[in-house]
Design a protein around this ligand. Sequence first.
Ligand code: DQA
Length: 148
Amino acid sequence: MIPILVLHGPNLNLLGKREPDIYGHLSLDEINQRLIELGNSIGLKVECKQSNYEGELIDVLQRAGQSAKGVVFNPAGYTHTSVALRDTIAALDIPVIEVHLSNTQAREEFRNRSLIAPVCVGTISGFGWYSYALALHALVNIFGQQAS
Ligand code: DQA
C-alpha cells in the first residue's frame, strides 16, 4: 500500500454545515471515510488531516515529504493568498494535487486565482467530495507511469 496524505485546509472541518449549497452535505469525517475506503481498494494507504492554521499545514506538508509518496491538498481559503504554502509545496519532491469541492473558476473573481496551482502536478475542482477521489486515481496513474 502506498502512503498518501489527504490534507484539508481552513474551515473544511465545518463541511456538512458550512454553505451546503456550495460544499455539499457530507461531513469531513464522511468524506475521509470514503477516501480511506477508496484508497484501500486501489492500493493507497490514505491518512487524512485538517488544520485551520497556515503554519500547521506547512509543518504537516513538510513531514509528509518524508513519510508519504503523494499528497491531495485542499488549501481552501489559503489557495488564493498563501505564498508560504506555495513555497512549501515547491520544496517537496513528491506529487501534490490541488483539489476543490466547488468550481472555483465559476465563483467570485478572487477565487479564480490560485497561488498553489503552479507548484502542483494538477488541479481538480468542482466535483464535490469526488474531486478528492479523482485526485487519488490520478496519483495511482502517476505512480504507474513512474514504475513503467
Ligand atoms: C474551496 C474553495 C475556496 O475558494 C474556499 O475558500 C474554500 C473551499 C473548495 O473546496 O471549493 O474554503 O477550497
